[in-house]
Design a protein around this ligand. Structure first.
Ligand SMILES: Cc1ncc(COP(=O)(O)O)c(C=O)c1O
Ligand SMILES: N[C@@H](CCOP(=O)(O)O)C(=O)O
Length: 469
């Protein structure tokens, strides 16, 4: 399997190369030359597999330059009950109204990001050892990618993590999870701005080819294809757990911001998973909802991005959306390059002529949620099912309930645990959310972080100084 860029300007590369590469040299995102097609008999054979067995079957189709025995060892070490809390890894819960919740947040940092990041840590370690290289990761987070990456990479030989986050905008729990880490290879940088400013800096540094090569800069955001492919696995597992036969179809409802999670659902559907619809749920930052309703993509600036009670989705420039648009436009890299030249110039684009395809050919629909919806959903679910969900998952459930068709099985992706967003849970339920074992006193630990303006040059200087020792 070789990989190309969404902007059409990259020579085909192997999985291990794009794992370390981050953005493609032409500024685009890596995608496989084609998606592997899963036959009905393969799907039947996969139904009874454990999570690790299934992950191996799927990832080996993409990571074809890693010897299978090595890959199997990496996957088996990653997806264990000890790390993810149960042998099932991603169990499902059926609500009284028939909606299914796919639990993705039982890993070390209580968000779905652990599902891919734990694998990424082990893949990096393996590939870097083989190549005799080291890697300096520059990442951006709105709250969950950062902690998942830092927990997955802390203490790993040959890896440093520099993580940008929006200053003062994450929850107290999210801040404490990241900033309390004292490991020598973890560096937290709070940026005076929003997540999009952090992601813009990551992309600016990735596009400085000389700096990137000199300091071996890599990425853990969903820019990195390995993140997306690891997320494909739980769509298959969620499908098997929510159905009793491969004759059935399900729809997935996905709380969305940077479009990485639902992009993995799109890939699973393209591979042949029987997915009826992919329901994109946004919060008040509704760039994606606007696109799937109108065909107009209108990324907003920081001044027009709201600070909400589902803060991890406070995103107005959905990085991974480029991967979907590449497919929507018949994999035309030249057209994607032209559209993203407009995006990079602060404009948007109009693909309303393709809107019907987005729905009928690719199964996408969307809806949005706001603070009042979130509170109402959290209260209603607590009352009806005794289930407390986090604010992002609540956005998904609100939208799933609004858009569900008669007879449709909708699987809602649980993207974080409520303990991460205690203020809003208290506002909704007048009590604290359950706090999993091991997190008591987290917010009282000493914190280590530097604060910078949203300036790529300042971040580069910090990376240089830190690595110079
Ligand atoms: C808790 C939570 N929910 C939803 C999302 C949105 O996911 P994505 O950015 O993959 O669309 C994020 C951030 O990525 C998140 O941390
Ligand atoms: N919500 C994310 C934002 C980054 O998304 P990614 O999937 O591209 O890493 C976060 O929690 O940081």
């Amino acid at each position: 399997m070789k990989y190309l860029s969404t902007r059409g300007g990259m020579q085909p590369q192997s999985f291990s190369d794009i794992l370390l590469m981050g953005l493609a040299p032409d500024g685009g995102l890596a995608l496989p030359e084609s998606y592997p097609q899963i036959s009905r008999s393969q799907l039947d054979a996969w139904r009874g597999l454990s999570y690790a067995e299934l992950a191996f079957e799927i990832i080996r189709l993409f990571a074809t330059d890693i010897p299978e025995a090595d890959l199997k060892d990496i996957v088996d070490r990653t997806y264990t009950a000890a790390v993810f809390g149960s042998a099932d890894i991603t169990p499902v819960k059926r609500l009284s109204d028939g909606l299914v919740i796919l639990e993705l947040s039982n890993g070390p940092t209580l968000a779905f990001k652990d599902m891919a990041m734990q694998l990424l840590g082990n893949l990096f370690e393996y590939v870097l050892a083989k190549k005799g290289q080291s890697l300096n990761i520059l990442g951006a987070t709105s709250g969950d990618t950062g902690s998942a990456a830092e927990y997955a990479m802390r203490g790993k030989k040959g890896i440093n993590v520099f993580m940008l986050s929006p200053d003062g905008l994450m929850s107290a729990f999210q801040r404490a999870q990241m900033f309390s880490l004292q490991d020598a290879n973890i560096h937290n940088i709070a940026i005076k701005g929003m997540f999009d400013d952090c992601q813009d800096i990551v992309k600016a540094v990735q596009n400085d080819h000389a700096f990137k090569a000199r300091y071996q800069i890599g990425t853990v955001n969903s820019i990195n294809w390995a993140r997306v492919v690891a997320q494909v696995v739980y769509y298959f597992k969620g499908y098997f757990n929510a159905t009793s036969s491969n004759d059935e179809q399900v729809s997935f409802c996905v709380p969305s911001g940077n479009f990485g999670n639902v992009c993995a659902g799109h890939i699973a559907r393209q591979m042949g998973l029987p997915v009826q619809r992919l329901i994109v749920a946004t919060n008040e930052n509704d760039v994606l909802d606007e696109f799937f309703r109108t065909g107009v993509y209108r990324p907003r600036g920081t001044a027009n991005t709201y600070v909400t009670s589902s803060p991890s989705m406070d995103i107005s420039k959905a990085s991974n959306f480029e991967r979907f648009v590449f497919d929507l436009l018949g994999r035309d890299g030249t057209a994607v390059k032209a559209l993203w030249a407009d995006v990079d110039a602060g404009k948007g684009f109009d693909l309303s002529a393709k809107l019907a395809d987005a729905a009928s050919k690719f199964g996408f629909v969307s809806g949005k949620s706001n603070h009042a919806d979130r509170l109402a959903t959290i209260r209603a679910l607590d009352a009806s099912d005794g289930v407390v969900v986090d604010t992002h998952t609540a956005d998904g459930i609100k939208v799933a309930r609004a858009l569900r068709l008669a007879g449709e099985t909708v699987v809602c992706l649980e993207t974080a645990l409520p303990a991460k967003f205690a203020d809003t849970i208290r506002e909704a339920l007048d009590r604290d959310p359950p706090r999993p074992a091991g997190f008591d006193g987290l917010e009282d630990l000493p914190q280590k972080v530097v604060v910078f303006d949203a300036d790529a040059a300042r971040v580069k200087a910090f990376v240089e100084q830190t690595l110079a020792g």
